[in-house]
Design a protein around this ligand. Structure first.
Ligand code: C2E
Ligand code: MG
Ligand code: MG
Ligand code: MG
Length: 287
């Protein structure tokens, strides 16, 4: 038979596919159980206002407290959750958790902090997302302007007409919008004109060598100028060294986020971190 010849390869191939499919189904089931057992947790990473050296907001980054595997990073489950659609439920959990956190901070030293959450394109596309957000703000008595949504360029561009409508509805609520990982996606600058973008986050890959590579420095300066001329604030991602911080200050970047200030931390560690200042005093020179 004709099939016989390639049988081994074929079978190997199907086994590989089946194994992969089984693993994916298992992971998806685990994610569903993780939701039911409340095993997800938001970690928070401060965003430093470079003008005042104070943290004015935090990015919420999801972690999975797996009973056997320990703390699982988002890269190990978010992509699959996006494929399976489970991301919708996870995303709703994230929105709710962020609103709950904002609620808890009311009347404390962290009352002024904003929270930025990450949303995938698939979540943005869900028709009832704006209503869900509005319901959460009502339920927790949270001011919508305290929440910022981070979207990558890809999720922005995909399904553009529908997303356009969604983003307008979300903007109307008063929620802020940030473009995440700016510069590494399909940079179609048209959306900077067509949407109310509040913040651009320059991708870490430009910041890593910004003090050593001329081209990264040129691109970073250009993005800062472009954004400022459009009335958009700029955040530098992945700031790890004092030299990078100095460069960003000198070039009037608005905010900095990265390990130099702090790694993402559990909520309980934030009050002490924020109150004691996320920058060493030596770096707090005004610019
Ligand atoms: P992102 O939104 O670009 O988040 C920034 C990532 O860079 C985080 O990784 C953060 O821990 C890491 N990072 C921050 N500062 C530094 C630094 O100075 N140096 C280096 N090397 N890395 C730094 P994390 O937490 O593993 O998150 C990875 C990605 O997972 C995020 O990228 C985001 O796209 C996605 N993600 C995280 N939480 C969620 C969520 O709740 N929902 C969705 N849909 N995606 C999420
Ligand atoms: Mg982000
Ligand atoms: Mg990012
Ligand atoms: Mg990034």
């Amino acid at each position: 038979r004709a099939k016989e010849q390639g049988r081994n390869t074929y079978q190997f191939y199907t086994e590989g596919m089946q194994e992969r499919e089984v693993r994916r189904l298992e992971l998806d089931k685990d994610l569903s159980e993780a939701l039911a057992r409340n095993e997800f947790e938001l970690y928070y990473q401060p965003q430093l206002d470079l003008a005042t050296s104070e943290a004015i907001s935090v990015e919420a980054l999801i972690r999975w407290n797996h009973p056997k595997r320990g703390l699982v990073p988002p890269i190990d489950f978010i992509p699959l959750a996006e494929e399976s659609g489970r991301i919708t439920e996870i995303g709703r959990w994230v929105i709710r958790a962020a609103c709950q956190q904002l609620r808890k901070w009311q009347g404390t030293s962290l009352a002024k902090l904003g929270i930025a959450i990450n949303l995938s394109g698939r979540e943005l596309a869900e028709a009832d997302l704006p209503d869900f957000l509005a319901a959460c703000f009502r339920e927790y008595g949270v001011e919508p302007g305290r929440l910022e949504i981070e979207l990558t360029e890809e999720s922005f561009i995909a399904n553009i007409e529908h997303n356009h409508k969604q983003l307008r509805r979300i903007s109307k609520l008063g929620v802020k919008l940030a473009i995440d990982d700016f510069g590494v996606g399909y940079s179609s600058l048209g959306y900077l004109r067509d949407f109310t973008v509040d913040q651009l986050k320059i991708d870490r890959s430009f910041i890593t060598d910004v003090t050593r590579r001329h081209d990264d420095a040129v691109i970073t300066r250009a993005v800062i100028n472009l954004a400022h001329n459009l009335g958009i604030r700029v955040v530098a991602e992945g700031v790890e060294t004092e030299d990078q911080l100095r460069f960003l200050r000198q070039n009037h970047c608005d905010l900095a986020q990265g390990y130099l200030m702090s790694r993402p931390v559990p909520a309980r560690e934030l009050p002490r971190l924020i109150e004691s200042g996320v920058l060493p005093v030596s770096l707090q020179e005004p610019h």
